[in-house]
Design a protein around this ligand. Structure first.
Ligand code: NAD
Ligand code: DAU
Length: 349
């Protein structure tokens, strides 16, 4: 099988590409990524010479290129992860999210439709989405696959829109598709703009830990390799036209998570107990900040027998170890443009 994976140089994409390249040596994996600030080929250095792997640098919004690639490689399926993925950036520049997340997705759908139409057998467009499309929960309840879409940020609105387009191509043109909506991922290779790697990096450098609002916001955390395994299952065994929610069964209030992270970091860095917690600084809240996300993952659990394989404490400990062992990676991704982003978002420190 020839599989196009988009966004494979990013955080989740790189784990998915590695899993597929190693587990399915008879499949040809083509990784298409434009290498934005979030894409990094260092993430895939260990598999870049495998015979069943090809990297193509390119933008999913480039219609000519996408059509050319479909013609050249004859993709039978697509796993679409490429996206602008950070909520705070979407608040500052919504149009970038419309371009990549909506127009880029429709561009891929058009190319797939053009090449596959007339014989959809053995083809699949798998769209990787987020639980943020469901909006926010109150103190109780869980997002299920039938929860109504109610996105609150430009990021989640763009992802909701792309989900709708995927469904619409299924209904209107018969394009075989599947969608999964996952909760917050964490793990190695995550760009240090997201809560966990940002705070790990700041603790290493003794910089303030900017907690938005009162810190009483809740997220449901999943180790990235468990998400990649779920994607493998949905891709190979999921039912066409279905949505699968993927989550960690693992809710944490931000402030409790940050305190746990601080304790683990003190330990690993041989610093005095309590020293990282002193870096916690409450800052202005994120506009439109969703109070709580929590996924009901019972459908994927029952139908595809998926469940997370690592506990949060194990996953977090492995994640911290990875960042401590890969300070070169951290240094590379936090130079130049990162500094400018940081000052714009958090002020000079
Ligand atoms: P990321 O920001 O780490 O990586 C995104 C990748 O897409 C990068 O390699 C980037 O270079 C590439 N990209 C961006 N714009 C592109 C374009 N126009 N053309 C080609 N490539 C482009 O993101 P991530 O956290 O790995 O998320 C991957 C996907 O999973 C996204 O679709 C995101 O919405 C979804 N998701 C993420 C999470 C999470 O917690 N991170 C949770 C659920 C779903
Ligand atoms: O739920 C899935 C989503 O999870 C994905 O679709 C997104 O791509 C991914 O970025 C993530 O979105 P969040 O907005 O939940 O993740 P983030 O790491 O940005 O923030 C997690 C929580 O921490 C959130 O409540 C905001 C808070 N936070 C974040 C940052 C960056 C802070 O308090 N301070 C910070 O500096």
């Amino acid at each position: 099988m020839t599989i196009l994976i988009t966004g494979g140089a990013g955080f989740i994409g790189s784990h998915v590409v590695r899993l597929f390249v190693e587990k399915y040596p008879n499949d040809h994996i083509i990784n298409l990524d434009s290498l934005t600030y979030a894409g990094n080929l260092e993430n895939l250095a260990d598999i870049e010479n495998k015979p069943n792997y090809t990297f193509v640098k390119g933008d999913i919004t480039n219609e000519v290129l996408i059509n050319e690639l479909f013609g050249k490689f004859k993709f039978e399926s697509v796993i679409h992860l490429a996206a602008e993925s950070h909520v705070d950036r979407s608040i500052k520049d919504p149009l970038a999210f419309v371009k990549t997340n909506i127009i880029g997705t429709v561009n891929l759908l058009n190319a797939a439709k053009k090449v596959w139409e007339g014989n959809f057998e053995n083809t699949l467009f798998y769209h990787i989405s987020t639980d943020e499309v469901y909006g926010t929960l109150g103190e109780t309840g869980l997002f299920t696959e039938t929860t109504a879409y109610d996105p609150n940020s430009p990021y989640s609105a763009s992802k909701a829109s792309s989900d709708h387009f995927v469904r619409a191509y299924g209904e209107t043109y018969g394009l075989p598709y599947v969608i999964s909506n996952c909760s917050n991922n964490y793990g190695p290779n995550q760009f240090p703009e997201k809560l966990i790697p940002l705070f790990i990096n700041n603790i290493i450098n003794n910089k303030p830990l900017p907690v938005y609002g009162d810190g009483n916001y809740t997220r449901d955390w999943l180790f990235v390799k468990d998400h990649a395994k779920a994607i493998d299952l949905v891709f190979h065994k999921g039912k066409q036209g279905e949505t699968y929610n993927i989550g960690g069964f693992n809710e944490w209030k931000n402030i409790d998570l940050v305190k746990l992270l601080c304790r683990l970091m003190d330990d690993k860095l041989n610093r005095e107990k309590g020293s990282s917690e002193k870096l916690i600084t409450y800052v202005k809240d994120r506009p439109g900040h969703d109070l709580r996300y929590a996924i009901d993952a019972s459908k994927i659990n029952k139908e595809l027998e998926w469940s997370p394989s690592v506990t949060f404490e194990e996953g977090l400990s492995k994640t911290i170890d990875w960042y401590l062992d890969n300070e070169g990676w951290l240094r590379n991704v936090t130079s130049g443009a990162y500094q400018r982003y940081y000052e714009k978002q958090y002020g000079k420190q």
